[in-house]
Structures are given as C-alpha cells and as structure tokens.
Design a protein around this ligand. Structure first.
Ligand SMILES: [Zn+2]
Length: 389
C-alpha cells in the first residue's frame, strides 16, 4: 500500500514536470486531475439541422478537446473513422434517420469514458420526374402541352430548344405550353427539364423529338390595285417584327378558363396555315390565323379572360386587338372596324371587345383571328376544342 502510494506520488510529480497539455492549468493542478479524476467527460454531438444530403460533418463537442480522445465513432452501429469532426458520406446510406454515436475517453489515469448520440435525417434521392406531351409529339402549326409530374415538392425549370419554359402551377401536375409555327426550320425538338427537391437533389430529363410536319393547301388571291402597296414584303416583315416583340413576352400566370370561345359566330372561310400568293407576286405568305365570315359591325368577343396589350392600326392587319391570356398565350383580332377596349384593360371570356371590319389587307369584311403560344403562331381552332392544359 505504501509502495503503491509512492508510485502514484512519483507519477504525479512526473506528470507535473512534463506539464499540462492545456493552457490555463497549473502543472500541479493538472497532475492532481490526472491522478484523481473519475468523472466521465462531457460530450455532445452537433450535426446539421433538418434534412440533409451528400457529405455532412458532425462535430464532437467537449469542454476541452485536449483532455479527451474520440475512441470510437459509428453510424447505425457501423464504425467510421473517429475524430473531433466526423465526416459522413450520407449518399452511402439509405434515406431516412441515421444514428451517429461516439465514445470519448479522457487522458486521466482512470481513462474515464462517455458516449453521445444524435440523429440525422438524410435524403439523397432526386424527385421522380415524368413528362407527358399532348399531342404525343410536337407538330408544326400546333400547340404542345407539357404536363410535368413529380412525386414530391420540387422546383421545376426547363426549356424547349433553349427557350425557357414558363412552367405553371397545378395540383396533379405542373404544365407549360409551347407552339411550333408552320415553316419552323429546325426539324428536331429538344426538351429538357430539371426538378430540384428542397434538399437540393436534382432530377434531369432530356428528350428529343422529330417535329411532325403539317401539309397545308395553297391558294392564289387577286387583290385590287389599291391594296398593292401592302403586298410589299418589307411592309409585312416590319409589322411581323413589331408584333413578334409582343408575342415573345410571358407576362404572368395563365388567365384563361376552359376552352376558348370562337370570337365571331360565322363560318370559317379560310383555315389556318394555308399558303397564299398574291397578284403577280411569286413569294408565298402563310395565313397565320383563321378567317370567320362576318358583316361590318358584328360583335367580336374575347376568346377568353385576358389583359389587352395592343389596340391600334397596322398596315396589313388593319385595326388590331391583341389579348394577353398569360403563360405566353396571345390572341389577335384583325381587320376590325373599331376597338372598344384599351391596353391595360382586363377582359372576360365572351366580352364584346371590338367590331368586325375590313381594314388593312382585306378584300371584304371578316374577322381574322390568330393565336400565339410562346412566340409561335399556331392554329387557334384547337383552343376552342381542347381544354388546355
Ligand atoms: Zn385571315
């Protein structure tokens, strides 16, 4: 007993001489702690809050890191390299709750140990992302509806041929509409989508389609000499460029409800897409809308809820009204006699917004009605038949 006591005293003196590994301890104080401490070290674990993904660090929190070692670390009872910072690759773990545990041991003679545990919630699975097209393939002169399905809340973005999609909210699916003008030079359509969940897991989808061609009939029109100046291709090109600026804009969410109304009751006299030549000219002009038979002064109705974005006189289109239905969809009413609304006005489906005329490049009274989707000129009639999206 005396001998043991002497050995202990000798060790205390030795520890005191070697000195404490920690600033703020006196050599004697440290030596006494070393010899007598039987209190397990305090320890806690601090990991990131909430659901996490990828590589994650968990800190081992002790009052004095110089007095303890982390001697064991486990995740779900599987050992990982111990240390004051635990590096976890959560991608190697199944999603869900992970139990992280450490054992620490102090440097005292008694080698007191303590353990701490914490849990992490991990998710490394990207959202399931599915695209449904209506119709099944992009088609020249027609609208394409993209319905986008995910299995969880996710930020969506995407583009068609590099043009960003204006993705609209929805309950069962989110959606966007795009169009393909007749004579679209590019024959291959690239659709890409990306879905990012709240943690940052990203799913990507890229698909390529052949644009389905549409054959349109052609006709020749002989126009009276007084309309000849309007046949100057530059006049039409300038007007088209001015209007394209309007149709390129995506002003906000979809305003329309249900199918579009036919804006004038008369029969269709000229279908969308027909290619025309005029008088002695050889160049071909694509008919960008549908013509309805009507009399001067007949009511023109808003095809759906919208905001008026243009009401004015154009050379080829004559007196023209353009309605913005949101989500990149515009309807255009041309050759009007007069217009009853102004830019900025909100109109409801069915409101009388103008009267039929024969202004601009027109041989007689009729309503010329166009539809534009994401900058593309498409057949408007399908919007009167299909409930989009
Ligand atoms: Zn027309």
């Amino acid at each position: 007993m005396v001998r043991f006591f002497l050995v202990l005293v000798a060790l205390v003196v030795l520890v005191a001489l070697v000195g404490p590994p920690v600033l703020g301890w006196s050599p004697v104080g440290y030596a006494l702690w070393w010899a007598t401490n039987t209190t397990p070290p305090e320890v806690a674990l601090r990991g990131p809050e909430g659901v996490v993904r990828g590589p994650v660090d968990v800190q081992v929190i002790v009052p004095d890191p110089d007095l303890v070692d982390v001697v064991q670390a486990t995740v779900n009872d599987t050992p990982i390299p111990p240390g004051m910072v635990l590096h976890l690759d959560t991608q190697a773990l199944p999603d869900g709750e992970q139990r992280v545990r450490v054992v620490v041991r102090d440097h005292s003679l008694h080698r007191n140990t303590a353990s701490a545990e914490t849990t992490l919630q991990t998710d490394n699975t990207p959202p399931a992302l599915r695209l449904e097209l209506q119709p099944a393939a992009p088609t020249e002169g027609h609208t394409l509806v993209l319905r986008i399905y995910t299995d969880q809340d996710a930020d969506l973005s995407g583009d068609v041929d590099g043009r960003p999609l204006a993705i609209q909210p929805g309950s069962a699916f989110r959606w966007a509409v795009v169009g393909f003008s007749p004579d679209t030079p590019e024959r291959t359509v690239h659709i890409s989508l990306s879905a990012s969940d709240p943690v940052g897991n990203i799913a990507k989808l890229a698909q390529t389609y052949d644009l389905v061609r549409t054959e349109y009939p052609s006709e020749h029109l002989d126009l009276p000499a007084d309309l000849e100046p309007l046949l100057d291709p530059q006049v039409r090109a300038d007007e088209d460029a001015r209007l394209a600026e309007i149709y390129q804009k995506i002003s906000g969410p979809a305003r329309w409800e249900g199918t579009f109304l036919q804006p004038a009751p008369g029969e269709v006299t000229t279908i969308f897409g027909i290619s025309r030549t005029y008088n002695a000219h050889t160049y071909v002009v694509r008919h960008g809308g549908v013509d309805f038979a009507a009399y001067i002064g007949d009511d023109v109705h808003a095809a759906n809820n919208a905001v008026v974005v243009f009401a004015g006189k154009l050379q080829v289109h004559g007196n023209t009204l353009i309605l913005d239905h949101g989500a990149g969809v515009y309807s255009t009413y041309a050759h009007l006699s007069d217009i009853l609304v102004q830019p900025g006005d909100e109109v409801k489906k069915g409101d009388v917004v103008a009267h039929v005329g024969g202004t601009g490049l027109s041989t007689g009274p009729h309503l010329h009605w166009e539809l534009w989707v994401a900058g593309a000129n498409v057949d408007p009639l399908e919007w009167t038949q299909r409930d989009i999206p």
